[in-house]
Design a protein around this ligand. Sequence first.
Ligand SMILES: Cc1cc2nc3c(=O)[nH]c(=O)nc-3n(C[C@H](O)[C@H](O)[C@H](O)COP(=O)(O)OP(=O)(O)OC[C@H]3O[C@@H](n4cnc5c(N)ncnc54)[C@H](O)[C@@H]3O)c2cc1C
Length: 458
Amino acid sequence: MAVRFVIIGGGPAGVQAATHAARLGAEVTLVERDIMGGAANLWDCIPSKAMIATGAVMALTCRAETMGLAGPGAYLDLESLRRRIGSITGHLEGAVVGLLASQGVRVIGGTATLEGPHRVTVDSPGGSVNLEADAVLLCTGSRPRVPGWAEVDAQRVLVTRQAYPPREIPTHLVVIGSGVTGVEFVHMFRSFGARVTLIVSRHQVLPYKDPEVAAALEADFLASGVALCKGARAVGIDVTEDGRGEDGVVVRCDDGRAIRGSHALLAIGSVPNSYGLGLDAAGVLVDKGGYVPINQHCQSSVAHIYAAGDLSGKLPLASVASTQGRKVAEHVMGLHTRQHRHLDYDKAASAIFTEPEIADVGLAETEAFALGRKIRVTKVPFSANARALIDGDARGFVKIVSDPATGVVLGGSIVGDRASELISVLALAVSAHLRVSDIAESLLVHPALAEALAEAAE
Ligand SMILES: Cc1cc2nc3c(=O)[nH]c(=O)nc-3n(C[C@H](O)[C@H](O)[C@H](O)COP(=O)(O)OP(=O)(O)OC[C@H]3O[C@@H](n4cnc5c(N)ncnc54)[C@H](O)[C@@H]3O)c2cc1C
């Protein structure tokens, strides 16, 4: 009899697990309470990057003369931006639904709860459905964190999911939180012409990134007029009586500063969607943050109940969620007994879609320093790269970290146009243990941004 595999949550983790397990012969049921593709498609990755893409075209239009063009520029049409985002997410949802159907996955729309270790109940519009499962995957994702000191009204005080498509462009947006999400929203609204102030609780934006990378972003923010309020932690938000105008919102900081703006946006992390899932009934343990701890196979404290994606408290990235989903499918189908590589979270590439983009993978220079590990660091700027000059954006650099004895690539960072694409070369090198000479000796295209990678690898 086929393995009965029930998946709760249709985000990247759930969809990849479902299609992969179905291909391997499982009888798969996927339960999703909202849209297929998950929060990644509806709220997070896709709409944010679609907004950023529109901002990038606006920026390009503004510097059209520098590319040899003359004539009037384009203006932002929020209604057509809204339609564009809806059409992209709708298209992706349709593609996912089609893929699941083609693999024979049973899809149920509704909210799922564990009723016991092998039993899942779905509360759906058509009534309640009971499912028996040999294996269960929990991948219900996460939602933006709202601290006790903030009252979100979705008008003036927003979380990221309420910021798009925007009803209006804030005249002065105060962004609270300078991690990846915070800086992307700073960039997004700055490119739409909003005045932006960023509250940075530490002394650099992107506190966990290479300081040289963070410094490049800060310099770009300052050059584009973003105000940085450093070393301050927000502790309260007041909305004035009518809540209107440039000063409708006041963000209070722990050092006594009060930052006034027209809107405030909270970008201070997320919390897992574990509450109400019936974890107790199934004996699944959660940590104090509400995440479901997992082992290297993504198994929870109950062996046949797996967790993946944001709920597992590992790296909150759609790419990691998808890979975990595939690994779970293989483990459920018993493929882990064959040669099976565990997921190495330290080798996950990540990108920040600012302008210039930032991307990194593997060991950072500062980490190696802290570990006392000997490394070789090579850095090449894009300022002499022919393609960067042709494209009109030669900001940034490529940095490669390698082992001085063997030449094996250990990590790297890229600041610059299309860094999110270029990092794939270093991600492959890190995961396949390639040497810098393997990159340097590749016969690349000319003119191409990737030539900077080959140069840095020399
Ligand atoms: C603003 C923003 C931008 C981001 N951009 C990127 C990016 O560019 N690249 C990247 O890699 N990552 C990005 N991320 C992170 C990425 O969105 C998440 O890591 C990813 O969505 C996690 O996938 P998941 O499968 O765990 O769950 P999700 O995508 O969160 O999906 C979980 C699904 O489970 C469903 N669900 C929850 N509870 C139940 C239940 N009881 N029954 C049925 N269904 C249920 C939900 O409706 C949801 O659809 C971004 C995050 C944010 C906040």
